[in-house]
Design a protein around this ligand. Structure first.
Ligand SMILES: CC(=O)N[C@H]1[C@@H](OP(=O)(O)OP(=O)(O)OC[C@H]2O[C@@H](n3ccc(=O)[nH]c3=O)[C@H](O)[C@@H]2O)O[C@H](CO)[C@@H](O)[C@@H]1O[C@H](C)C(=O)N[C@@H](C)C(=O)N[C@H](CCC(=O)O)C(=O)O
Ligand SMILES: Nc1ncnc2c1ncn2[C@@H]1O[C@H](COP(=O)(O)OP(=O)(O)OP(=O)(O)O)[C@@H](O)[C@H]1O
Ligand SMILES: N[C@H](CCC[C@H](N)C(=O)O)C(=O)O
Ligand SMILES: [Mg+2]
Length: 498
């Protein structure tokens, strides 16, 4: 435990303490609902509310102190720490509070628009096969060995992240493999962590609501690679694993002063994949790398997964895992929930549930489906509300171009009107559609999935894109349970009963 005075000494800028600085702090939270006795409550001004409004509530729940930018009217005895910038103060205080766990384990960070979750899961699987204890942090969950912890963001805020890392270190994790989102890099959620190995998967359009331009977006991603070279003394022990085929790889390479291992299938690369053979449930390819050539058989499919696997091989190699272990581990890796996941309910067509929610990933998922030579592809997809609007017509056009029957539906409309979102997507569908090609717009996702199942014939593939592992639909009126896999299965069973 640290005292208020010890915590404040870490702050690099000015601060002012109103009250006793000798009190020991038992925990830190920016959510009044999670505050316990002796906590430091952090007032964050959010998108919806100003956390300062909940400071009184936090004190009533036992908060010993409050970190704020302005003096607040609080019950007597509550210490107030005033700083000009809450986020800067957090970057100084929080990793210190947790004793810098992100400097005590091998830290592997994966960034890029698509493929982060998949790549982190493959890396973790290989490291476990090599006998290590591995923590995972990402979109689906946090894992401490195989203990699962719920998560709210792909890369949690600095408090939750340092808390997870601290638990991982206490429970003997040797390695942490984590997704590092561009939001996290731009907002410094990863302050206080020293990465050893960093992976760049790719960069294509997403999150322009937040970054505004692709240049800002890549600059955020590049911060991860700059961080590998910060310390002259150790930079030679750090490795950047970079997808050389990606058009933005030059910007990432420019940020790297450490060792670099490139991977790809098109350009010359340190790790090069070739001779890909895909089937619905498996694939194989050759990889040529610093360790010679190997033929790999996998239980995952698609060219995009060749990239993810090459990235994971690069990271495992940088972490010192031998080729034989890597090779064996890849053969026993069995997919990530909601990523090209098959739903099998006895139907004579295939149903794939996939987390493609960006233009590039939707295209990759549909191209992968096409590589299976289906009779036709039916694509059920939509775009999230309160997120990058400019990707909506682009995804519509891509679905029209690469699917035979695009069916536009809702995907977490959040505070927006679902009909307005689907209309923006449909505008793009109309641009990509071929003469005579059929498309449908059904805002209700359950009905859209049922309609696709009703239309499907033997040998077709239905790709249900966008929600993958998600078990909810976020609507203006609240969040409801919704799982594409359950819905697809029920739709097939309902059709059989007719
Ligand atoms: C837009 C955004 O980034 N929002 C994040 C932000 O929420 P917010 O600003 O809306 O918070 P708010 O609801 O206004 O509340 C403000 C403050 O009051 C506090 N509060 C609120 C209510 C209460 O009763 N008591 C209380 O103390 C809140 O805890 C918060 O500290 O702060 C929250 C806590 O840190 C985040 O969980 C939340 O992420 C939301 C869920 C989100 O969707 N973020 C996305 C855009 C995001 O970060 N995505 C990236 C990229 C994903 C990828 O590409 O893979 C990610 O890393 O997840
Ligand atoms: N390397 C890749 N390149 C392009 N698309 C990919 C790649 N890997 C996976 N995809 C597609 O993107 C979807 C999401 O994959 P994954 O969850 O691994 O990405 P992510 O980067 O973690 O996404 P998020 O930003 O939501 O965290 C997959 O379902 C698949 O359709
Ligand atoms: N990490 C992504 C998740 C999008 C998932 C999709 N189902 C949606 O709601 O748009 C994001 O924060 O944009
Ligand atoms: Mg992810």
């Amino acid at each position: 435990m640290k005292t208020i005075s010890e915590l404040c000494k870490q702050i690099k800028g000015i601060y002012n303490i109103d009250g006793s600085a000798d009190i020991a702090i038992t925990g830190i939270s920016s959510d009044s609902r999670n505050v316990e006795k002796g906590y430091l409550f952090i007032c964050i001004s959010g998108v919806h509310v100003d956390g300062a409004e909940f400071a009184g509530q936090a004190v009533e729940k036992g908060a010993a102190a409050v970190l704020t930018t302005k003096h607040l009217n609080l019950p007597e005895g509550a210490v107030q720490i005033m700083v000009p910038d809450i986020h800067h103060a957090l970057e100084d205080m929080v990793p210190y509070f947790y004793d810098y766990p992100g400097k005590k384990m091998r830290m592997i960070g994966v960034t890029g628009t698509n493929g982060k979750t998949t790549t982190t899961h493959i890396i973790a699987h290989i490291l476990r096969a090599a006998g290590y204890h591995v923590g995972v942090i990402g979109t689906i969950h946090a894992l401490i060995d195989d203990e699962e912890l719920p998560i709210h963001n792909t890369t949690p805020d600095i408090i939750e992240l340092q808390h997870f890392l601290s638990l991982m270190q206490q429970q003997g994790m040797t390695h942490v493999v984590m997704e590092v989102s561009s939001h996290a890099l731009a907002l410094n959620r990863v302050a206080g962590i020293e990465y050893d190995t960093a992976v760049f998967t790719n960069l294509t359009q997403d999150h322009l609501d937040f970054h505004k331009t692709m240049e800002n977006y890549v600059a955020a991603k590049a911060k991860l690679f700059q961080s590998l070279s910060r310390d002259e003394q150790v930079k030679n022990n750090k490795t950047a694993i970079v997808n050389i085929d990606d058009p933005w790889s030059g910007s990432i390479l420019k940020a790297c002063q450490c060792k670099v291992l490139t991977y790809g299938v098109e350009k010359d690369a340190d790790l090069k994949g070739s001779d890909l053979k895909v089937e619905l449930k498996k694939s194989s390819f050759d990889v040529c790398g610093p360790f010679g050539s190997v033929h790999l058989n996998m239980h995952i499919t698609g060219l995009f997964n060749v990239y993810n696997t090459l990235a994971a091989i690069g990271a495992a190699h940088a972490e010192g895992v031998n080729t034989e272990t890597i090779d064996k581990a890849i053969q026993t890796f069995h997919s990530v929930p909601g990523r090209f996941e098959l739903v099998e309910a006895g139907q004579d067509f295939a149903i794939v549930v996939d987390y493609s929610h960006t233009p590039d990933s939707l295209e990759k998922a549909l191209l992968t489906a096409r590589a299976m030579h289906p009779n036709r592809i039916l694509a059920v997809f939509g775009c999230g509300g309160d997120r990058d609007r400019t990707k909506r017509p682009i995804m519509g056009r891509i679905a029209a171009e690469h699917a035979d029957i695009p069916i536009v539906t809702s995907d977490n409309p959040r505070s927006e009107d679902p009909d307005a979102i689907v209309a923006e997507v449909e505008a793009g569908v109309k641009k990509g559609i071929r003469p005579g090609q059929h498309h449908e717009v059904i805002a209700d996702r359950r009905s859209a999935i049922r309609r696709a199942v009703e239309l499907a014939q033997a040998g077709d593939i239905i790709v249900i894109a966008g929600k993958g592992h998600e078990t909810y639909q976020i609507l203006k009126s609240g969040t409801i349970h919704f799982d594409d896999r359950e819905e697809a299965r029920n739709a097939v069973l309902a059709l059989k009963e007719r």
